[in-house]
Ligand binder design. Structure first.
Ligand SMILES: [Zn+2]
Length: 135
């Protein structure tokens, strides 16, 4: 891939990363407000619980998206951006335009959806985890 196109993708991904970071931070704050504002209100408990569940699932999904965007930016730095992480073939240009953080070519993506191929993101999740708790 030529550097001009690579820079375009990098910009797209950085904008996406900023938006996602804002969403994740905001969602986390709202979730806390819901719990802290109605700790003893029984009537609101169900609503509060549903809101919490909703916010939790939203932020989980957003965090996951954020991680994929960060991985894509990492692949740009590594010089492997645009290659399928499974088979190493180039990801279709149109697919990258639509999904700049795509890790797999369309063939591998289909195999994953059919359960033929294993999604390698689980290993990445574990490797990317940091433990900051003091012992
Ligand atoms: Zn592939």
């Amino acid at each position: 891939m030529d550097s001009k196109r690579l820079e375009d993708f990098r910009k797209k991904l950085e904008v996406r990363r900023r938006n996602l970071t804002e969403t994740v931070t905001r969602t986390r704050g709202e979730g806390r407000t819901v719990i802290e504002d109605h700790p003893q209100d029984v009537a609101d408990l169900a609503t509060s619980y549903q809101a919490k569940e909703f916010l939790f699932s939203t932020s989980t999904q957003e965090r996951r998206n954020l991680q994929m965007v960060e991985e894509a930016l990492h692949r740009i730095n590594e010089g492997v951006y645009g290659e399928c992480v499974s088979c190493g073939r180039e990801i279709n240009a149109k697919r990258l335009e639509a999904v700049p953080w795509a890790r797999y070519c369309i063939e591998c993506q289909e195999k994953i959806e059919q359960g033929v191929l294993q999604d390698q993101s689980k290993t990445t999740d574990e490797a990317g985890e940091t433990h900051n708790e003091a012992v």
